[in-house]
Design a protein around this ligand. Structure first.
Ligand code: HEM
Ligand SMILES: *[C@@H]1O[C@H](CO)[C@@H](O)[C@H](O)[C@H]1NC(C)=O
Ligand SMILES: *[C@@H]1O[C@H](CO)[C@@H](O)[C@H](O)[C@H]1NC(C)=O
Ligand SMILES: *[C@@H]1O[C@H](CO)[C@@H](O)[C@H](O)[C@H]1NC(C)=O
Length: 513
């Protein structure tokens, strides 16, 4: 080294010494990091997790390509489950574009990620990158302090709303029922459910419904909004799965859709904010239409900026619309194939003896709750989810030959959990885990092994809203129709957008009561 340096000019000598110093610095830093990680591994007794046996051991393209195909054809989650079964483990690691990620379906690990070690995990960076251009900064797209502020802002609105406004729902459900053919001819119930939840969510959030089910000229703008919103969210789904590759694909329709979504919502936000400004001068705002709860008006009254209100409304619309429609679609998929469940459920509903049940009466319909839970167990509308560790940490189980030892997780490492697979585990639900059997809920009291709405500080804020809307919709449909028949015998496969819906729709025929 010394003789080599003698041959160099003073400037080059400087550069070489810098490089050497930097390399030494890097090696020291790296070994400090390794020793720190090693200390954690030893202290907690971490053992390695099973590694997925890739055909492409460098990037893991084998899974990536197979997944891309399965997302187009359906069957993605069943294949994921098969991979777990063939590895004979509930936690393993694999490569995703060369990065080593961890997959788990252990209730204890999921509880750690979402609750007990909540502060050590965040949303994967990709979720923020892909969602924020459409949804801005809101409860669904942020972490840390920003998320805490959103959650605190929105929470009171949901608590108050738990005494859900059934009259508002009722108008939209009646519109849906009037679209169901009375002559028993075949139609797609799922597409009606997506219209229903769009109409009712926009009414609840903006105070003005997209009114797609009402038809007519008034709903033209609403229809265009629903289409633009659907397209934008489908694209976000694809982007978040393809990652960097997707940003290379120019998509003018996507840009136009996002622009229309923003313009449409901005119109309502501006109206509410202006109205509030005028009203606070004349103090008349509170009296206006006080029977109806409108989310937007409450945010405007609290004095938040137009941008903030718009972002939060879009976040909630995304979280609340497809999810409830998918739950209803999967439920009616089963009802159309299980006359025994249908008639037991209908008997419970008819025994109410009245058209419009109250919120409390709905909660008393036990078999209806069993059916909803059983649907969410077999077809959770958010079948998988992920988080990224922000510090070096551990998960409680999954390591070693028996999978009982803790597992080391590096800062920056992604951990995925698939509730779809967990909800079908025979060791958790019994030998009949794969069957649709609402009666199992007579005895089940699951905690972290049943997770359709997530858990911990980020648990779904709209759970009561969703279950009330789904229950009420089911009640009204079963009051109006005495039987339902499946008109399509293709095997059940999912259509993944941001959530899981029934691929091809739910084609049925119904007989009026
Ligand atoms: C069957 C219907 C629904 C299901 C299965 C469902 C499921 C979920 C799940 C799994 C999450 C966690 C997402 C994550 O953290 O990565 C979530 C979050 C959320 N949900 Fe729901 N949801 C439903 C309906 C609704 C409704 C109707 C609303 C609002 C009206 C809503 C509002 C939200 C919000 C705002 C969040 C974000 C909470 C946060 O990050 O703090 N959801 N939901
Ligand atoms: C692990 O989870 C990710 C995210 O859900 C998924 O893309 C991947 O296919 C899973 N791995 C296997 C082997 O199923
Ligand atoms: C879409 O919008 C992005 C960001 O605003 C822009 O960079 C891109 O060029 C636009 N693409 C098309 C096809 O219009
Ligand atoms: C349905 O599941 C929820 C958890 O999401 C649970 O709190 C509730 O008790 C279950 N309902 C019934 C009827 O078992």
């Amino acid at each position: 080294m010394a003789t080599f340096l003698q041959d160099l000019s003073p400037v080059n000598k400087g550069i070489v010494s810098c490089l050497v110093l930097y390399t030494i610095y890097w090696i020291v830093q790296y070994s400090i990091k390794l020793r720190r990680q090693d200390a954690i591994i030893r202290k907690k007794g971490c053992k390695p997790v099973r590694k997925y046996p890739h055909r492409d051991p460098v990037l893991g393209l084998d899974i990536f390509l197979e997944n891309a195909k399965l997302l187009k054809t359906g069957g993605f989650w069943d294949r994921t489950r098969e991979r777990y079964l063939s590895l004979n483990t509930w936690t393993f690691s694999q490569l995703l574009m060369g990065d080593r990620i961890i997959n788990t379906t252990e209730p204890e690990n999921i509880k750690a990620i979402l609750a007990t070690q909540f502060h050590e995990f965040e949303l994967p960076p990709r979720r923020k990158d892909t969602f924020q251009p459409v949804l801005g900064h809101g409860i669904f797209t942020t972490d840390g302090k920003e998320w805490e502020a959103s959650r605190a802002l929105l929470r009171p609105n949901f608590v108050r709303n738990q005494i859900a406004d059934l009259n508002t729902f009722d108008h939209h459900i009646s519109a849906l029922v009037s679209h169901i053919p009375n002559d028993g001819s075949t139609f797609d119930l799922q597409s009606l459910f997506f219209m229903l939840t769009m109409d009712s969510a926009t009414e609840f959030l903006f105070g003005t419904s997209t009114a797609v089910l009402d038809g007519g000229i008034a709903s033209e703008r609403g229809e265009r909004f629903a289409e633009a919103f659907t397209y934008a969210t489908e694209r976000i789904g694809t982007y978040s799965r393809l990652g960097k590759l997707a940003s290379l694909l120019p998509d003018k329709h996507f840009n136009d859709s996002v622009a229309y979504v923003h313009e449409y919502v901005h119109g309502y936000v501006q109206k509410a904010v202006d109205l509030h400004k005028k009203a606070s001068l004349s103090q008349k705002f509170d009296e206006k239409d006080s029977s109806r709860y409108v989310f937007l008006e409450h945010l405007a009254k609290a004095g938040y900026s137009e941008k903030k209100i718009q972002d939060e409304l879009l976040n909630i619309l995304l979280a609340g619309r497809d999810t409830t429609a998918s739950l209803l679609s999967y439920l009616f998929y089963f009802l159309a194939r299980r006359p025994d469940v249908f008639s037991k459920l209908r008997a419970e509903i008819m025994a109410l003896g009245k058209d419009l049940p109250t919120f409390e009466e709905i909660k008393e319909l036990k078999y209806l709750q069993y059916c909803l839970n059983e649907t969410l167990r077999l077809y959770p509308v958010v079948p998988g989810n992920s988080r990224t560790a922000i510090v070096d940490t551990t998960l409680p189980v999954g390591g070693g030959a028996d999978g009982k030892s803790p597992v080391f997780v590096k800062a920056g490492q992604q951990v995925n959990y698939q509730v779809y697979v967990m909800h079908r585990r025979k060791d958790l639900y019994g030998e009949d885990a794969m069957e649709f059997k609402p009666e199992r809920w007579e005895k089940l009291r699951p905690s972290w092994q049943f997770l359709p709405f997530n858990g911990g500080p980020r648990i779904c804020i709209g759970q009561q809203f969703a279950l009330t809307e789904a229950s009420f919709t089911t009640i009204r449909i079963l009051q109006a129709f005495k039987s339902i028949e499946a008109r399509d015998n293709s095997p059940l496969k999912e259509l993944m957008t941001l959530t899981s819906a029934v691929r091809g729709g739910v084609h049925v025929g119904m007989t009026p009561a």
